[in-house]
Design a protein around this ligand. Structure first.
Ligand code: SAM
Length: 267
């Protein structure tokens, strides 16, 4: 089990049967689906933060078809090498990578956290052994120096919170797009391609890079897969519906995944 803390007073949370309570008497009910909501209303920036239900459905369809399984396999290899006991997937979405990690690292206590309640409700169906949490990467609901590993796949993260929660020697794996990621798709959807922002702009003191790699492979997608891929990303609302339709109807050649994976270690 992860060492959860109260989002109000940061005291440890102790579990009862369906309720978690801190020493100051703040209590949080476990939802019937199995997740714990540790996101306080005053910490929400919108009523329904995170990805939309359409994006979630598209992501689940695309990921469950196995198109990013090589990414998930590599994540398991990179994080599994150090034999972590406590791991948090930050911004886990509907839990594809979290659930795969649970299979890859059966001895590890794994939590999946997302700011979107809809995403976590979907994630709960992936397995009850995982601690599913609604929460924000801006305030991780886990104790200081309690995590052996943290993961962020295409999600935001806070350096300060990662530094607070990782044990000395603990690892943080950041996964995000390389500039070439899905380039053939972006070339069809837009007149000009915006440069991909650097995954890491400046490294804080206390973390050092121990592995930096880009995983590349070709994707051969059906029209339905292409529609899911567009729908699960901001391309679904940023690009014109006509161009999206053309891509789905005519298909794409030369589509390539290029995922940057940076593994960092806490000193
Ligand atoms: C692009 S999705 C990636 C989801 C998942 N990691 C994956 O790759 O399938 C980004 C996720 O980050 C979540 N998110 C955005 N801001 C967040 C925050 N401040 N705290 C936690 N999750 C957040 C969104 O709800 C969404 O599920």
């Amino acid at each position: 089990m992860l060492e959860l803390i109260c989002p109000l007073c940061q005291q440890p949370l102790l579990s009862g049967s369906r309720q978690w309570v801190c020493a100051n008497g703040h209590s949080y009910d476990q939802a019937r689906q199995g997740y714990l909501n540790l996101l306080l209303v005053q910490h929400k920036k919108s009523r329904q933060p995170g990805d939309t239900p359409t994006m979630l459905a598209c992501r689940q369809a695309f990921l469950d078809a196995g198109h990013y399984q090589p990414v998930s396999d590599r994540i398991g290899e990179l994080l599994g090498a150090a034999g972590p006991h406590q791991l948090l997937d930050m911004g886990c979405g509907e839990g594809y990578y979290t659930a795969r990690l649970q299979q890859q690292l059966p001895e590890c206590a794994i939590g999946g956290m997302d700011i979107s309640k809809d995403a976590i409700i979907k994630a709960c169906r992936r397995g009850r052994e995982i601690q599913w949490l609604v929460g924000s990467t801006a305030r991780l609901p886990v104790a200081d120096a309690s995590l052996d590993a943290a993961l962020s796949v295409f999600s935001p993260w806070s350096w300060d919170e990662c530094l607070r929660c990782l044990k000395p020697g603990g690892q943080l794996l950041l996964v995000g797009p390389h500039g070439d990621h899905l380039l053939a798709l972006r070339e069809q959807l837009y007149d000009s391609i915006h440069p991909t922002p650097e995954l890491i702009k400046a490294l804080p003191e206390g973390l050092e890079i121990v592995n930096d790699q880009t995983l590349r492979y070709a994707l051969d997608l059906t029209p339905a897969d292409l529609a899911s891929l567009i729908g699960m990303t901001p391309h679904g609302f940023r690009s014109s519906p006509e161009r999206q339709r053309t891509v789905v109807e005519t298909g794409l050649t030369g589509l390539e995944v290029a995922m940057r994976m940076v593994l960092l270690q806490r000193s």
